[in-house]
Design a protein around this ligand. Structure first.
Ligand code: CA
Length: 219
């Protein structure tokens, strides 16, 4: 028995996956295709993806935002969890990385739910705000450059409805956030975590899942 979160050794982590993971074949295939990628560590963990799919269904999300697509695993997770008329606004700047995912989105039959915009995410989100989409999204997932998190968060908080959810990846940053640091990414994440802790506009949970997974529900 533990009052704290369990530390997962390999055997227990394997048990968690073996006893809970229900990964769509195209998600498994995309994960395999990304495994040898030089930046494979940027992909979310599969159990984290499954939680995100459950959350998307729980809140009845139809319109979602993704900031940072990489090779499109989380995009596919959310697209599969959305209803037939659901939409992911997927923001990224890399054609090279996102191209990996696109064929798996097609094969999974959900490519029509994903609108990929290759441009700086802050500009894409500003366009949606200017277009009158404030409060018209249900869910946002932020997983991009860490020094941009606060900009993305503020924009997503505008675009998401009351009761909508913003999920943020890498908020524990391999544990580095708990140590003094001068590294720009670590400092950005430390400030971001401190800000959300005090942010009265949201309900908050910081889960020690994957590399740290923050959930912020808009009040
Ligand atoms: Ca990440």
């Amino acid at each position: 028995m533990s009052r704290r979160t369990l530390a997962l050794d390999d055997a227990l982590y394997d048990y968690v996956l073996a006893h809970s993971l229900r990964e769509h074949p195209q998600l498994a295939a995309l994960r395999e295709a990304t495994r040898t990628h030089p930046h494979a560590g940027m992909q979310i963990s599969p159990e984290q993806g499954q939680l995100m799919a459950l959350l998307v269904k729980l809140i009845g999300a139809r319109r979602t935002i993704e900031v940072g697509v990489f090779t499109g695993y989380s995009t596919l997770v959310v697209a599969l969890a959305l209803p037939a008329d659901g939409q992911v606004l997927a923001c990224d700047i890399s054609d090279e990385y996102t191209r990996v995912g696109r064929e798996f989105w097609e094969r999974a039959g959900v490519a029509h739910k994903i609108r990929l915009v290759l441009a700086p995410a802050a500009a894409t989100l500003d366009e949606r705000i200017a277009a009158g989409d404030v409060g018209r999204y249900d869910f946002a997932f932020i997983d991009a450059d860490k020094t941009g998190y606060d900009d993305y968060y503020e924009r997503c908080l505008k675009l998401v409805r009351t009761g909508g959810l913003i999920a943020v990846d890498n908020t524990l940053w391999s544990g580095k956030v708990a140590q003094p640091s001068t590294d720009a990414d670590t400092v950005a994440l430390q400030r971001f975590n401190e800000k959300l802790h005090r942010d009265e506009r949201i309900d908050l949970a910081l889960l020690p899942l994957g590399d740290g997974f923050t959930l912020a529900r808009k009040r």
